[in-house]
Design a protein around this ligand. Structure first.
Ligand code: SF4
Length: 284
């Protein structure tokens, strides 16, 4: 057991059977062919995390957010699976990660995600694209590796809101908003392609576009109705609507609520990836 704030996280080593999962649904329509999850479980335990409702998490005895399994054989699996995919002429456009955060607190010790980046760098010619999606400032540790990927990589920092009081309500164990913004700025200034992902959109301020523009050149926008992979059904089942209702924030929960935010973002950004419209890049 390892402490996370006042809570204890169960972590254990596991041996995975495979590490690259063929993409489907929204991932495929966004151009990805595989997802890559170094861990099972996630210590950030966001209240709206759609993974909670997936069978492997739903029917597990431990509560989502209280465990992290470490896939100790991930690097060797990745090396052989990349080579195998290449032999089959498969495109390797990889999203890391869809069902965990690759920069869990425990990553500081295990360096598992870093080892996967090293494997992918050693096979860089075979990798078409890599998206690293995280909420954690720990991601700055690997800037030296990101730089070696050149334009093949995009670091996507999930910043669902610019208001830390909203983070504290919906995802209190995830890193503070300012820490995420600062991390993203550091990576952008190091010459690595980045974007801020409002994913999923939480209530935010009118200053969000200006704040994000200071740290990156790209932004993505996603809401509960597309981002949870079930057009909002999973999110509804988790009681998130009720939470919005209790907080008097229902106007932020409506399917069209993202349009107000999109208008604000368009004042500052040229390229906006709007998941809701299933459009890869929406250009002004
Ligand atoms: S960081 Fe991502 S994977 Fe982890 S709990 Fe939050 S939404 Fe789920």
């Amino acid at each position: 057991m390892r402490p996370k704030g006042g809570i204890y996280i169960n972590s254990k080593d596991i041996h995975s059977k495979s590490i690259l999962t063929p993409a489907n649904g929204l991932l495929t329509s966004s151009g990805f062919t595989f997802s890559l999850n170094p861990y099972t479980g996630c210590a950030f335990g966001c209240s709206y995390c759609y993974v909670r409702e997936m069978p492997a998490a739903k029917y597990r005895d431990e509560e989502w957010g209280s465990y992290v399994d470490i896939k100790v054989n991930a690097a060797s699996l990745l090396e052989s699976e990349v080579k195998k995919a290449k032999k089959k002429d498969q495109v390797l456009s990889i999203f890391m990660s869809t069902a965990t955060d690759p920069y869990q607190g425990i990553e500081a010790k295990t360096k598992l995600t870093r080892s996967l980046l090293e494997v992918m760098l050693s096979l860089k010619e075979d990798i078409t694209h890599l998206m690293v999606h995280t909420r954690s400032p720990l991601v700055t540790r690997d800037i030296d590796l990101f730089q070696e990927f050149g334009e093949k990589i995009l670091i996507s920092m999930s910043i669902e809101t610019d208001l830390d009081k909203m983070r504290k309500i919906f995802t209190p164990s995830a890193p503070p908003i300012t820490a995420r913004l600062n991390a993203l700025k550091t990576i952008t200034e190091a010459g690595v392609p980045t974007r801020a992902s409002i994913s999923p959109m939480l209530p935010l301020s009118k200053n969000v576009a200006k704040k994000f523009k200071e740290v990156t050149n790209q932004v993505a926008l996603d809401d509960f109705f597309m981002g949870d992979g079930s057009r909002g059904r999973r999110t509804e089942q988790m009681g998130i609507r009720k939470k919005y209702e209790q907080l008097g924030l229902l106007q932020w929960y409506e399917p069209g609520a993202y349009k107000k935010v999109l208008a604000i973002l368009e004042e500052e950004f040229d390229n906006i990836d709007v998941f809701h419209e299933q459009t890869q890049f929406r250009q002004k």
